[in-house]
Design a protein around this ligand. Sequence first.
Ligand SMILES: CC(C)=CCNc1ncnc2c1ncn2[C@@H]1O[C@H](COP(=O)(O)O)[C@@H](O)[C@H]1O
Length: 234
Amino acid sequence: MEMSDQRLLDTKGPGHFIHTDPWRVMRIQSEFVEGFGALSDLGQAVSVFGSARTKPGSAYYDMGVEVGRKLAEAGVAVITGGGPGSMEAANRGAVEGNGVSVGLGIELPFEQGLNQWVDLGINFRYFFARKTMFVKYAQGFIVLPGGLGTLDELFEAMVLVQTQKVTSFPIVLLGAAFWGPMIEWITGTLVAEGMVSAKDLDLIQVVDSPEEAVNLVLHGHVRAPSTNGDQRPE
Ligand SMILES: CC(C)=CCNc1ncnc2c1ncn2[C@@H]1O[C@H](COP(=O)(O)O)[C@@H](O)[C@H]1O
């Protein structure tokens, strides 16, 4: 009879097993262990999201730098997705403000690596493990203009607050002209058709200056989410 020890020690064949789901579970677990280990002493932090495509010198990029700098000056660590564009901008601002600049990178087919302004960087294979870190180690979100990735992060945060999975979590959108039409659609269609409660709009606040965004995310009044039966047990 072949024994487990023997199978373990004798295996010389191709490592198909590392592509199996049980093995993946170990890798997923290791991402949580690494993330929790690296970030647990971070102190006060805010996660900043925004487009991977904004170019240095553009208004949105400058906005990101300003947000990062103001957070750093307030003694707050800046957490981003570690990529280019507005993420890089916020990391850059954090460094310029002598603060802590964190980048939680993600493995993508068009690998880019962490931007050069990240001081504390972790690379993730799995979006869901990485997204846990954005929420777990930040006290609020600032969302700059962005595309699908940014919307994904914004709406996930809103769902977590709405379902009371996280409490006291301010979400501030920066750029009234950019976010205005989305707010109008939420109000005019989602609220009008009863898909979300009007009170859920209170979960987000839209401002136009980096200063207001930082003030609100750090000191702003956080409204309670609605309890319209959306909560599910843990
Ligand atoms: C040039 C390019 C597309 C590079 C992509 N490289 C990336 N590196 C790290 N995080 C990313 C990247 N793309 C999307 N994300 C995630 O999604 C958001 C930006 O996506 P988007 O550009 O809004 O949709 C970021 O906040 C980030 O957390």
